[in-house]
Design a protein around this ligand. Structure first.
Ligand code: ADP
Ligand code: GLC
Length: 473
């Protein structure tokens, strides 16, 4: 088997703040079927080693950005995990990027160290295992292809952009601390408006760049979505590939999900019971469509559109259950909605994997009004669970949902509601559309069933990654 090292800051089930973790955790199994052995290198944040059980030490460095480090190989949920154990960088209370006092001050160093270790393993191997390809994800790992290039080591590299909004930007005074060679501090290197951008460093030198949906690859060519790096993407257009994310069809299977009352496209009785249970859990009584929203509560997700969009929807019988956590203003805002519409809007602040399953199972529709969405996974979970997506026409949302229009409905092709532009007027209209689709019970049942039958598994996309790796060898 050919070997690929995947480097990222998150991977399920060990570290997760968002969809990046789902993708990094699911790719190895998907690629095994394509003849590629993928190992995942992640930082050993507090608690990771305990979850790995029996491990073997495969790599050491007496001074990795300020302290001793080692890489241990273990297994978790079938994934071969290489955990970078560097207590001075990762053994901290809190999440992967922040602690009780906010973002860690040395995130640039922490993830440069991860990238450095990845590049060193790609160059020298670890415990006799050496990858044929290095696959880095987002700004946290983007220095890995850059270090290889700066060292003059020729190993094919792939950099996947899961979110262009996070660019790994820090002041140029960190150059030495990040072990970046000064002669690459220019516009075709890691220099970015006189600062350093680790994402740019990777984008300029990776053999191939991928985005997590084809639409996002196109969008990134424009300033609106490229957010300052569109010029780099344009310059590298020939190396950019859009490969859609899949979902883990075993974890997200309504017929065999321990969190819910099982149901399937052929046996829908369970769906109504899940709906009732979800209303009880959120203390709701909703006669019309019950929408759900499971999301990080940040501006990316367009949730600030909700207060000015819900009035008519609620008046027409709709309801909304929200699960999320994020920016304090957003958490306060959604709690305000619950207070404004008692019995119709329910909110749980926090992160709860089990509840997220129950929400897709019980909801009639899932709202994803994102301003930009590189791929998005909740609309896919929604489709699989008979929870019709109502999405903005951006990125992966536009690539995966077929909006109901007179034409798509006549053709029997619609799978959801798609709106554009991303503003409150368009969202209000989308919710009106949802209400009218829901009122037509026969049409609704057909819409739900169509979404449930689509295959969102990883096979097709894993084949594309495998073909891309092959093409680089
Ligand atoms: P992003 O990575 O931008 O946050 P995605 O849609 O790709 O968006 O992935 C989000 C992932 O995180 C999904 O698996 C979603 O179900 C999960 N998620 C987000 N917020 C929560 C939450 N509060 N509780 C449980 N799961 C959540
Ligand atoms: C990012 C994006 C999201 C995507 C996920 C996994 O977090 O915001 O759209 O689905 O990465 O690729």
């Amino acid at each position: 088997m050919k070997k690929v090292l995947s480097v990222a800051s998150e991977a399920v089930p060990l570290i997760k703040t968002g969809g990046l973790a789902d993708v990094v955790g699911a790719l190895p199994a998907a690629l095994a079927g394509q003849g590629w052995q993928m190992r995942v290198l992640i930082p050993a944040c507090r608690g990771v080693l305990a979850q790995l059980g029996k491990v073997k030490q495969v790599w050491t460095d007496p001074d990795l950005f300020g302290g001793p480090a080692r890489v241990v190989l273990g297994k978790c949920g079938g994934v071969e995990v290489m955990a970078l154990d560097a207590p001075h960088l990762y053994d901290r209370a809190g999440g992967p990027y922040s602690g009780p006092d906010g973002d860690f001050w040395d995130n640039a160093e922490r993830f440069a160290a991860l990238s450095w270790a990845a590049a060193a393993i790609a160059r020298d191997g670890a415990g006799g295992w050496q990858p044929d390809v290095l696959h880095a994800h987002d700004w946290q790992a983007a220095l890995a292809p850059a270090y290889l290039r700066y060292w003059g080591v020729q190993i094919p590299t792939v950099l996947t952009i899961h979110n262009m909004a996070f660019q790994g930007r820090v002041g140029a005074t960190k150059m030495a601390a990040l072990r970046l060679p000064p002669d690459w501090f220019h516009r075709d290197g890691y220099e970015y408006w006189s600062d350093i951008s680790t994402l740019k460093a990777g984008l300029t030198v990776a053999y191939a760049i991928t985005t997590v949906s084809p639409r996002y690859a196109d969008e990134l060519m424009r300033a609106e979505f490229g957010l300052g790096l569109e010029g780099v993407i344009q310059a590298r257009a020939g190396a950019v590939h859009g490969i859609l994310n899949g979902i883990d069809m075993a974890v997200w299977n309504p017929a065999q999900d321990p969190e819910i009352i099982p149901f399937s496209a052929g046996k829908m009785a369970g769906k109504a019971k899940n709906r009732k249970a979800l209303m009880d859990e959120f203390h709701l009584d909703v006669p019309g469509p019950l929408a759900v929203l499971v999301s990080r509560l940040t501006p990316q997700k367009g949730i600030d559109l909700l207060p000015s969009s819900l009035e008519d929807f609620i008046a027409a019988g709709g309801g909304l259950a929200i699960l999320g956590s994020g920016d304090p203003w957003a958490e306060g805002m959604v709690q305000g909605l619950a207070a404004r519409y008692p019995g119709r809007v329910g909110v749980k602040i926090g992160y709860d994997e089990g509840l997220s399953h129950r929400m897709f199972a019980g909801g009639d529709a899932v709202l994803v009004p994102s301003r930009f969405e590189p791929c998005g996974l909740t609309q896919l979970y929604g489709l699989r669970y008979g929870c019709v997506p109502v999405v903005s026409a951006v990125g992966g949302l536009a690539d995966t949902v077929i909006g109901a229009t007179p034409a798509t409905e006549a053709a029997g092709a619609a799978t959801g509601v798609v709106f554009h532009p991303v503003d409150d007027l368009a969202l209000r209209q989308a919710l009106r559309k949802l209400t009218s689709l829901y009122a037509d019970r026969k049409g609704w049942a057909a819409l739900v069933r169509r979404g449930m039958k689509t295959d969102w598994g990883w096979d097709a996309s894993a084949a594309r990654y495998a073909a891309l790796y092959e093409s680089l060898l």
